[in-house]
Design a protein around this ligand. Structure first.
Ligand code: NAD
Length: 513
């Protein structure tokens, strides 16, 4: 790799790496706590080591956050928005460096690394506008000379638990909205990508410092699920916004539910594109291949299944096979490559295991998989994107494998295709490729896709921040990012004000003394 990662780390302020938490620009942590090492899946090298937060580190961070909330919530929302605007500007200045670090630490292509930082910038812009909105309704009271309205208040501490595959954007989606809503945040990033998190914390802390914002408004704690569990079991954390696997979501949902806290869950997907006989096949090919191999199949919205009409099945499969033969696999920082590495050796093992399971159930591989070897692939994390003809009911097809394995399923009628598309436990993203208006509208109707995202002539991955993002069923039901997703970060209060000189009761109830 030609990029000088050390100078990028220096530029991004990733210096305080021997620490387990940050409460702003202040870093700390128990000295004897465990090391958390970050290896690059690009070349297998140790980039740097950090520390894991202990329970007492965690309590320290909570205390700082609680104190900061008392001040932050009183700052007018548009002023909070202005600070988020400055954060967006700081991200613009650091886009190249942060995007490159995302690519090197996580393994996605450089273009996707830059795209991830752009998504952070976009959500900041969105949040700035939102800071002058956060609308409540007013309604007419049934009682004379009374006024009724709803207003929205911040929740307090928002705990953000994020996954490795979008190591920075998901944090920004949550943080930009939570901040303009008046909350303070504690972020536990994936233990696989601590350095990009440290870089983000440094960027936002610098902006806060320039604005004299109290220490403790945005906090970072490093560690694995044990640290996440401290947050999910803690009633001082009003909202847990957790992104990750369905397995994790079930544990988090149960822990937060047991204390009647609020949770926002963004979990796994098993996304399909229906390729109709009325599809533009060349356009569909780009959507399908990008969806299946982009980020090496490690997006929650990655295309896992193609449901193809029998009349175009052979022709489209031939196009796919040809396109897969042209994919460049290798260093994601080299812009000639289409596919980078998986995140680690565990992910490679899960990929190989899924291929075996698929074969055991009768899957027919039209493009074979396998692990790549040689100098360029020295991390051992590079695998070949593969394609298998399957049945939707195979156990392995019902399961989200976070790797570039694409399943092909043939259909005859649109109703059958939609039943196949919906016939999995997950409900994140879905798409139909068709130039037929009736088919497209049917797919979007109440009889169509059951997913949180349903697209026409666009693949399953690559959402914009303006819409609410999330999915149904085992994807967790949460909505983040645009539209009215901000409401999840606030509590609603209904206010009734009597400005008459009597005290009439609702529903006409008489109570005279
Ligand atoms: P993961 O579930 O292994 O870990 C995600 C995060 O949860 C990590 O920070 C981890 O430390 C933490 N965690 C794990 N168990 C926990 C527990 N019991 N209590 C508290 N915290 C816990 O997921 P991953 O491998 O990092 O990411 C891949 C998964 O994330 C895929 O399933 C993908 O579909 C999903 N994902 C979903 C979305 C979405 O918006 N729907 C976005 C990105 C990723």
């Amino acid at each position: 790799m030609n990029t000088d990662i050390q100078s990028i780390l220096n530029k991004l302020g990733v210096k305080a790496i021997n620490a387990a938490f940050s409460t702003g620009s202040v870093w700390g942590g128990e000295l004897n706590s465990e090391r958390l090492e970050s290896f690059s899946p690009v070349d297998g090298k140790l980039i740097a080591a950090t520390k894991v937060a202990s329970a007492s580190d965690y309590d320290h961070v909570i205390a700082k956050a609680q104190a900061a909330f008392t001040e932050w919530r009183t700052i007018p929302a548009p002023k909070r928005g202005d600070i988020v605007r400055q954060f967006g500007d700081a991200l613009r200045e650091n886009k190249d460096a942060l995007g490159t670090l995302v690519s090197y630490e996580m393994g996605k292509s450089l273009q996707e690394g830059f795209g991830e930082v752009q998504e952070m910038i976009d959500i900041c812009d969105f949040a700035v506008g939102l800071s002058r909105q956060l609308y409540g309704l007013t309604m007419h009271s049934e009682r004379p000379n009374h006024r009724m309205y709803e207003q929205w208040h911040p929740l307090g501490i928002v705990g953000i638990i994020s996954a490795f595959n979008f190591p920075v954007a998901v944090w920004a989606w949550n943080t930009a909205l939570a901040l303009v809503c008046g909350n303070v945040c504690i972020w536990k990033p994936s233990e696989k990508t601590p350095l990009t998190a440290i870089a983000c914390q440094h960027i936002i802390a610098t902006v806060f410092k320039a604005n004299d914002v109290a220490e403790g408004v945005c906090n970072l704690i490093l560690g694995d699920r044990t640290v996440g569990e401290l947050m999910t079991n803690d009633s001082r954390v009003a909202l847990i916004s957790a992104t990750g696997s369905t397995r994790m979501g079930k544990a988090v949902g149960a822990a937060v539910g047991a204390r009647l806290g609020k949770s926002l869950l963004e979990l796994g997907g098993n996304n399909a594109i229906i390729i109709s006989e009325h599809a533009d096949l060349d356009m569909s090919l780009i959507g399908a291949v990008f969806g299946a191999v982009g980020t090496a199949g490690q997006r929650c919205t990655s295309t896992r299944r193609l449901i193809i009409h029998e009349n175009v099945y052979d022709a489209f499969t031939a196009k796919l096979v040809k396109a897969y033969g042209q994919l460049g696999i290798g260093d994601p920082l080299d812009q000639n490559n289409h596919v980078g590495p998986l995140i680690d050796q565990d992910a490679v093992a899960a990929y190989l295991d899924s291929i075996e399971k698929c074969k055991a159930e009768g899957g027919n591989f039209v493009v074979e998989g396998g692990v790549l070897s040689g100098d360029e692939y020295s991390s051992g994390c590079y695998v070949k994107p593969c394609i298998a003809e399957v049945k939707n009911e195979f156990a392995i097809v019902q399961h989200e494998t976070f790797a570039p394995i694409l399943y092909l399923i043939k259909y005859k009628t649109l109703e059958e295709a939609i039943a196949l598309q919906n016939g999995v436990p997950q409900g994140l993203s879905s798409a139909i490729m068709t130039l037929n208006l009736r088919e497209a509208e049917h797919f979007l109707s109440v009889k169509g896709s059951d997913c949180g995202i349903a697209n026409v002539n666009i693949g399953t991955s690559g959402a914009e921040i303006g819409g609410a993002f999330g999915g149904e069923k085992e994807t967790g039901g949460g909505r983040e990012s645009g539209s009215d997703a901000w409401r999840a970060y606030m509590r609603r209060q209904t206010n009734t004000i009597n400005y008459s000189n009597t005290l009439p009761l609702a529903q006409g109830i008489k109570f005279d003394l």
